[in-house]
Design a protein around this ligand. Sequence first.
Ligand code: SAM
Length: 278
Amino acid sequence: VEANAKMEQTLFRKFCDIAYERAGIRLQKGKEALVGARVARRQRALRIPTARKYLEFLESDAAGDEVIHFLDAISTNFTSFLREPEHFDRLTALVKRAVDSGKKRLRFWSAASSSGEEPYTMAITIAEAIGRADVDWRILATDISTQILERARAARYAQHTVDPLGKALRRRYFIRHKGAGGEDTFEVIPELRKRLVFKRINLAKPPFPMPGPLDAVFCRNVMIYFDRPVRQGLVGQIERLLAPGAELYIGHAETLTGIDHHLRTLGPSIYCKLGIAR
Ligand SMILES: C[S@@+](CC[C@H](N)C(=O)[O-])C[C@H]1O[C@@H](n2cnc3c(N)ncnc32)[C@H](O)[C@@H]1O
């Protein structure tokens, strides 16, 4: 397998086209090394000697199986527990308002859930806010990457990963497993896990197979990969799925500027669907 260190432009552009057409992922110029490394990973797995041969294989893959692996390899999955904490403060307030007003059913969506840190932080936040109230609540957690969804379903994290939550929440919501010599791992408790459903959804290909209305949507740090038309389609779908009074959280580096929508801006990266809450 060649190193793909300086993948040539024409080849690079072809991989970019596939990433865009199939997942709406816009790979910028300068990502040649990243794409080269991720393609090399697939080449090794398949024992294909050159990137060009791999491209041919990808293009001839009628069933679309390799495209899923390719998209897995190039989508960047960085995430963490309690990332961008203000969103979870907003979520706490939203859930408390709903419980106080007597709502018995709440639905949430983590739209690019990666390895699960985001939806499990949502679950912990919601459980804390609901307390002993009798509420039927669920989180749908989706991602395009089947591999990362497997990790999310496993719900097991290294100690340093769960540190941002603090000791009290860690004790309440995780089972500790002694690491053999190394770091301990922490497994999310079943009472919380049963609230989540993980599913593969491609955000670049609306409409999405799910019923609304949703009470809050986290769609964070994924729109950066999309261009305006793809973002527009995605935001339109989210807006349709939100209940009146429901909130949308996007990544701090992201913006809805240039997108047509009817959401009210509540703060940077926080939006609300207008209308009277049920
Ligand atoms: C940087 S992570 C963000 C994770 C989490 N939302 C957060 O903010 O910490 C981006 C995730 O988006 C997923 N992704 C990329 N393109 C996607 C698409 N077209 N549809 C659904 N998910 C996608 C990637 O697989 C990755 O797990």
